[in-house]
Design a protein around this ligand. Sequence first.
Ligand code: AMP
Ligand code: GLY
Length: 425
Amino acid sequence: MKVLIVGSGGREHAIAYAVAKSPRAEKIYCAPGNGGIGQLAECVDIGAMEFERLAAFAQEHAIDFTIVGMDDPLVGGIVDVFEKRGLKVFGPRKNAAILEGSKAFSKDLMKKYGIPTAGYENFTDADKALEYLNTAKYPIVLKADGLALGKGVLICNTLEEAQAGVRSIMQEKQFGSAGNRMVIEEFMTGREVSVLSFVDGKTIRTMTSAQDHKRAKDGDQGLNTGGMGTFSPSPFYTEEVDAFCQKYIYQPTVDAMAAEGRPFTGIIFFGLMLTEEGPRVLEYNARFGDPEAQVVLPRMKNDLLEVMEACVEGTLDKIELQFEDNAAVCVVLASEGYPVSYEKGFEIKGLSAFEEAEGYYCFHAGTKKCPDGRILTNGGRVLGITAKGADLKEARANAYQAAQWVEFENKYMRQDIGKAIDEAT
Ligand code: AMP
Ligand code: GLY
């Protein structure tokens, strides 16, 4: 089978890695890809938002199966464009990707179908939102409705902060048109956990749990980022929590989408908060997390292509997912200064150390391959170093050891990925 992967980050590298292991994969292309993905796949210089060009490429090259890794093209309707040309593609259609594309939509869906989440109100008018704040409880959470690179959420401790937040989202358009509408929601406390799942429109199969570290600095300080590291599984995601979520969150979400005439095919990422009153949905995403994919996929025993094909064909009920009984940790190596400003173009050395190292992975995010073969830094998040271990402690030690194998100027990483969890259990 010829496979095309759409995207260019560490998540797409992890997907390409899993696809390359499948005996079904004959040839892999990735658009646009990056310096590391180029070792497994032929990179194609077409941007992820160029739907017609991508679909034309897929037709010309007789691609059998396309996998869309990123949120923007999914929310923009890439799947519909491919399907119109009769191309097989993994991911939700535009009318289902709205589960991630509009927070107001997802909150209304949860309310209508009784799926546990924080109480909220939606606003399209800044004055009404400001008025609502006068009688609200604090802290409070403000969310821009649309996609905002994971940065459209503000937690405000006081009325003044919240007023400034509403003005910045709705009037100054800090997150662009994502802020034409906003959700104001109740602040919840508890442990966070992410659960990713495969969905075929009616059946859902959940993967092993994971947890991200979104802040730039140790101790969850500093600015929000795309994610500085992950671990899997989460020791707090117990069988009891899973049973609750299967019954009240996962299947009900899939059924709700189907009942709305928006059957969901692809990945649903459940961002959960384990509150004292039980698990609640923080957010939905319509694709693998980045860097959650980098710890979940290396632990998956199934053939990824087989599972994805079953999603597209509506036969997921025939598949049982299996994960290794171990743990994985991913430490992101970033450019110093990320997420604000940073330099790029530095040579990365030591990458060959990963070639023979079983259970260690170096997933490229912001890298570029030069014509002379050197790999240069080309982004804020540069590499995701994943290592497995018998348990979290071992996986953590292994990942931090492997993080020393590669060197580049201005290399920055958090030192505490998975640490608090290690200590709490
Ligand atoms: P989201 O993009 O909706 O996952 O929000 C980003 C982060 O903001 C989450 O990972 C949480 O840490 C935090 N957050 C979002 N919603 C809430 C909430 N209702 N209560 C407390 N924290 C929240
Ligand atoms: N790591 C969080 C996300 O991919 O949205």
